[in-house]
Design a protein around this ligand. Structure first.
Ligand code: ADP
Ligand code: MG
Length: 393
């Protein structure tokens, strides 16, 4: 593995304290004033300033002095905090190659001490869609980095909660291993996204299986909402795995039927185009409501016996509030329709120091004083806060 995250253990305690202090300050400051960072980190002898400079150099922080002297986390800084916590928990110990670039995520291989390879998904909400649909979105009136971090954290938490629940209900999804901040660790799926597949041995069976999953999800009270050839993985034995869950909604959502039909249409369209699968009726056109045109392959939302409450139950079990649920839904659902084709406004942020610069972490410090391992449960930010107050110098 190219990148050895063991080095994270040797990051100085002070680096970690200051980075965590910035994260805490971002709960109520878009740009955290230096004085506040210094107060939260409470390092001796003005040590905060030196550390801030170092963190800035390595792009873990962004400096802003337009209104006052302050800092905010970059995605790399946020990556660092999440990775560090997960490494401390023993979830994995090294980071390898990047295996996927989603619309709003980066996916890397990671490995634990036993050499087991898993997938790490770092959510990056706001990387594209914030700019793409900027004019329509009301949060952008108060657009802030905190919102990006906040939404990315919610996306990860929701994805993790669903993956776990879906797995428990026998759906073919990756095994949900752990989650921290905007980062989800899951089992590595063998195979490739269906979009890369040129031919199938058992086209009809695979098609039926996939449609069957959409129906079964609805029977469990859920709609995937981004069910397409990019989010269906298939291996050499034509075994299917479904991925990418942050945008899922309940069947009681006011637009549930539209989302359900859209998922179905997506699959029908892809199979007819890519594999020339022909359907009795013209399934390619979705805008006919006529019963006369209904065809056997197209499941009807209205005739599915749906369970209710599943989503609410699973999400509240994972600590999701209604407000958080509404926040993430608002964001992820708005971005989906046609978002692949959406023209991205070129309003490039200055280099956010994404994980490609991860190598820079290796040289960040040589302080061997290891940061105390975080516990395994509860709100991580709470864990961090506790650490800070316990370790007050
Ligand atoms: P996004 O939400 O950004 O679309 P996805 O979860 O769909 O992110 O992942 C993007 C890509 O990363 C996928 O198309 C797939 O190629 C790869 N990927 C994601 N999760 C896994 C996994 N568990 N195992 C292997 N590859 C994965
Ligand atoms: Mg995807």
């Amino acid at each position: 593995m190219k990148l050895d995250v063991n080095v994270l253990r040797y990051l100085s305690k002070d680096d970690f304290r200051v980075l965590t202090a910035v994260e805490m300050g971002m709960r109520n400051h878009e740009i955290v004033p230096v004085e506040l960072i210094d107060r939260i980190a409470s390092l001796r002898h003005g040590g905060t300033y030196k550390v801030l400079k170092n963190l800035l150099k390595h792009k873990l922080l962004h400096h802003d002095s337009s209104k006052y002297d302050g800092f905010r986390l970059t995605y790399l800084g946020y990556d660092f905090l999440a990775i560090k916590t997960l490494v401390n928990r023993g979830v994995f110990s090294s980071v390898g190659r990047q295996i996927g670039v989603g619309k709003e995520s980066d996916i890397f291989e990671v490995a634990n001490e036993e050499g087991e390879i898993m997938a790490m998904k770092l959510h990056r909400l706001g990387r594209t869609s914030f700019r793409a649909v900027k004019s329509k979105r009301d949060y952008l009136k108060h657009r802030s980095s905190f919102s990006w971090l906040y939404l990315s954290r919610l996306a990860a938490l929701k994805e993790f909660a669903f993956m776990k629940a879906l797995q428990e209900h026998g759906f073919p999804v990756p095994n949900a291993v752990d989650c921290n901040r905007h980062c989800v660790i899951m089992s590595l799926v063998q195979g490739y996204p269906l979009v890369q597949v040129k031919e199938l041995q058992n086209t009809n069976t695979i098609f039926e299986k996939i449609i069957g999953i959409i129906v079964r999800l609805a029977e469990h009270g859920l709609i995937h909402c981004d069910f397409n050839e990019f989010n269906i993985m298939i291996d050499d034995d034509e075994k299917i795995t479904i991925i990418d869950f942050p945008q899922m909604v309940s069947v009681s959502h006011r637009n549930a039927e539209m989302y359900f039909d859209r998922d179905v249409e997506c699959i029908i369209k892809f199979f007819s185009k890519r594999f020339n699968l022909s359907f009795e009726a013209d399934a390619g056109e979705s805008d006919s409501d006529s019963d006369a045109e209904s065809d056997s392959i197209k499941p009807r939302f209205s005739s599915i016996k749906k369970a209710s409450g599943f989503l609410d139950k699973e999400l509240s079990a994972s600590g999701f509030s209604r407000k958080e649920q509404a926040d993430i839904e608002k964001f992820t659902l708005e971005k989906i329709p046609g978002s692949d084709d959406e023209e991205i406004e070129e309003e490039e942020e200055e280099d956010e120091g994404e994980i490609q610069n991860f190598d820079s972490l290796c040289s960040l410090t040589n302080d061997e004083d290891q940061v105390k391992a975080c516990g395994n449960s509860g709100d991580v930010e709470e864990e961090d806060q506790q650490q800070l107050s316990e370790g007050k110098q």
